[in-house]
Design a binder for this molecule. Sequence first.
Ligand SMILES: Cc1cc2nc3c(=O)[nH]c(=O)nc-3n(C[C@H](O)[C@H](O)[C@H](O)COP(=O)(O)OP(=O)(O)OC[C@H]3O[C@@H](n4cnc5c(N)ncnc54)[C@H](O)[C@@H]3O)c2cc1C
Length: 402
Amino acid sequence: MSHDFYDVIVVGAGPAGSCTAYGLSSRGFKVAVLEQKEAPGIDTCCTGIVSSGCFDSFGVAPEVISNKARSAKLFSPSGKSLRLEKKGIQAYIVDRASFDQAIAAKAMAAGADYFFSLPATDIVIDSDGVQVETPHSAFKTRAVVIAAGFKPGFTRKLGLGSIDHFAMGAQSVVEVQGVEEVEIYFSQEMAPGFFGWLVPISNGEALAGVFATSHAKFYLEKLLSSPFCREKIVRRDTEIKKRAIPLKTLPRTFRNRLLVIGDAAGQVKTTTGGGIYFGNLGSQAAVEVLSEALDTGNLGAKQLFRYQKAWKAKMGREIHLGYMARRLYGKLSDSQIERIFDIVSSHNIAGALLDSPSFSFDWHGNLILAFMRSVWNYLPGKISSVFRREIDSINISGRQGA
Ligand SMILES: Cc1cc2nc3c(=O)[nH]c(=O)nc-3n(C[C@H](O)[C@H](O)[C@H](O)COP(=O)(O)OP(=O)(O)OC[C@H]3O[C@@H](n4cnc5c(N)ncnc54)[C@H](O)[C@@H]3O)c2cc1C
């Protein structure tokens, strides 16, 4: 079967892929999106928390929002809680299927063609163009954008390397009682290296999830039957979805006629595992650079390198700082986490940080540094020196532009 010739084929109709398709179609380019599922966003394992600013930047209708968050309760390993609240709505919880479909609808309205239930199986690039293979047909195009989520196979095969640091996420829908705000659980026994959560959505339901270094499903089961959650869960869905999130960036996110964006490129906030906002920023950089390259007909690697330069300048430091903070957190024992909770509570450190200029829902680098500087003086010698060493290494690699 033969298809039209396209300026750009986007592989993957997640938020990053559809934003790119929208941006390029709006500029008059002929774009096709290949999506392996029957529709965007279905069966996606994601909590869908985005800042209000991030949500607005997508320009989709508020019907996709299933709840709004003004506050969050953080729980220490022993169950002590710390409530964070800031004036106004801080975040929206979007229903991923509706959200992804709304962005795809915008791209379609701008002229992009969508092909569902059609996985890209191979990408062959030569100096004249690109061929994107699917099970029964092939597409010819001038350029290709990989927005297929965290799936190292494609990028490795195309000589771009792969991301070998990642975390596993698992999530399930549960019916809850008495859970009115976002709850986050810190415990190396329940969510090693990361955290667990209950996020109320609507009609008494919540998303229960865990990020962990591995075996996320096992840890989610453990969390759900722990004292953190046991009393709050009225009914459980049997299905637990799971998915990996990248913690580092892909070594190379471009080559001739090709860009990699979103989770596929490692454009994820390593502090929270959120990738919708950074994927959107990556897609904006991709649209800028690719539009110019398509206009001038120069789709060489040197030209497209500008994409990697642009997105790394925006979020490279953030991803790196988040990764360092996560590595440091992974070294703490539950009793050390407990101690940090006590310090934060007794010195009102959380309140001070929330009110400080370092606070941003989407940008955590300065907050991480401010947090570490606030707590280290109160910490016992051993952890304090780990914090100091880590800050030194962050400062050094930050200066080197990591
Ligand atoms: C448990 C969990 C909770 C999360 N919670 C949040 C959160 O609250 N907020 C947040 O910002 N982020 C969250 N994330 C991360 C977020 O889900 C991702 O960062 C985001 O979905 C990445 O968007 P993307 O467009 O890059 O990729 P994806 O959303 O993964 O989309 C990729 C698309 O490509 C398609 N595809 C894959 N391979 C092919 C192929 N060969 N051919 C055609 N199509 C293909 C897939 O079917 C998919 O539709 C969470 C992740 C997990 C695991």
